[in-house]
Design a protein. Structure first.
Length: 127
């Protein structure tokens, strides 16, 4: 196999087996639409013309299928350990209770609670 064909085959394989490219994030569900094995994990607590507040709950071995987020702020009500896949790769992280995060840009990820406790997050999305 010639080097150029080899690179092309690798690129095609990566495109088929990768979680998602950033260029295709618009085809992903938002966090409310995404669930886990057909079940919802988020509920709307408040929605108005400026923001939407979600409460997302993840018992052990439950995650959040691949989805995108508009710019948002998050707060961990109760934490756990997660396996997260996003544009930087896959990693395992301990997310403690009381942890907050801010994402000023549109992002995508998939997450799985690999810990032994139920995790709950508030997600505040800006419109």
């Amino acid at each position: 196999m010639k080097p150029k064909k080899y690179v092309l085959v690798l690129c095609i394989a990566f495109a088929i087996f990768s979680v998602k490219s950033c260029n295709n994030e618009s085809s992903l569900p938002d966090p409310l639409e995404a669930g886990w094995n057909g079940k919802k994990v988020c509920e709307v607590l408040e929605e108005n013309e400026n923001l939407r507040v979600l409460k997302c709950t993840f018992p052990p071995n439950v995650g959040h299928e691949l989805h995108y987020h508009e710019p948002h702020f998050g707060y961990t009500l109760t934490g756990s350990k997660f396996r997260i896949t996003d544009s930087t790769g896959t990693r395992e992280v301990n997310v403690p209770s009381g942890y907050s995060f801010n994402k000023p840009e549109k992002t995508w990820h998939e997450a799985l609670n690999i810990g032994d406790s139920t995790a709950t997050f508030l997600i505040i999305e800006y419109k």
